[in-house]
Design a protein around this ligand. Structure first.
Ligand SMILES: [Zn+2]
Ligand SMILES: [Zn+2]
Length: 241
């Protein structure tokens, strides 16, 4: 785990045959009100927890888990992590909160073939990803958490309840799987995905000033060129129409 900016820590995903999402911890260390963004893949709970402790962060200071979205590679080790921080609340966008509470795992797995493969490979039971959601995010909130302000952006398309977290002061964007480095974007063929919505979300993100891009996978970018997301949106526009 490395510190990207004050109050922003990065834990690199450890990809297996299935990718493991990056996790981020946000919040000023003295606040004792830290948020873990996106736990990651099944089996990665201990690695993520160990990484947090190796940075000298007290687990008791983590008060919530915020999901950028509920795909398997982001939520897979959520239960493992909650065993170690059972007091932490779970915050998810409203659209994906309902299915998580009802045990509807279509968004978690994305497609049926992948679901069957994962359930066999990881010995998962139906309903393994059923969670009570403490706070349903809508988009548009300004979250005052951990001594920082993070805006919630509803940016559907990769999944229906994808959110981005944006720190306007430091120009930091955590976009989940909506946009990556190197002009890449999240896939838009899974359950609940929608190309035109993803296009609109990219256009929405292109309006932000972003210096630090912290996506769910691949490399992070600390000095993002201006106009980068706009250019990404432009390159993908015809595929997303
Ligand atoms: Zn992902
Ligand atoms: Zn995803």
């Amino acid at each position: 785990m490395t510190q990207v900016a004050e109050g922003v820590y990065f834990i690199e995903g450890q990809d297996e045959s299935i990718p493991d999402s990056h996790a981020y911890v946000v919040g000023k260390p003295g606040s004792r009100d830290l948020s873990l963004i996106d736990p990651g893949l099944m089996g990665k709970g201990n690695y993520k927890i160990q990484s947090i402790q190796d940075m000298g962060i007290d687990l008791k200071a983590i008060t919530r888990i915020i999901m950028t979205h509920s795909h398997l590679d982001h939520i897979g080790c959520c239960a493992e992590i909650r065993e170690q921080i059972p007091w932490a609340e779970l915050w998810v966008h409203d659209i994906e909160a309902g299915p998580l509470e009802e045990g509807d795992e279509r968004t978690v797995y994305g497609m049926e073939m992948f679901q069957n493969m994962c359930m066999m490979q990881y010995n998962l039971k139906p309903g393994a990803f059923t969670f009570y959601v403490d706070r349903r995010l809508q988009g548009g909130e300004n979250l005052d958490i951990g001594g920082m302000t993070w805006e919630v952006l509803h940016i559907p398309g990769h999944s229906p309840g994808s959110i981005g977290l944006y720190n306007r002061l430091e120009k930091i964007l955590i976009p989940g799987d909506v946009v990556y480095a190197d002009y890449a974007i999240g896939r838009f063929d899974l359950h609940g995905a929608n190309g035109p919505e993803l296009k609109n979300s990219l256009v929405q993100l292109a309006e932000l000033e972003v210096n630090i891009l912290l996506p769910g996978h691949n490399r992070i970018v600390k000095d993002l060129p201006s106009g980068y997301i706009a250019e990404t949106a432009r390159q993908w526009a015809s595929y997303l129409a």
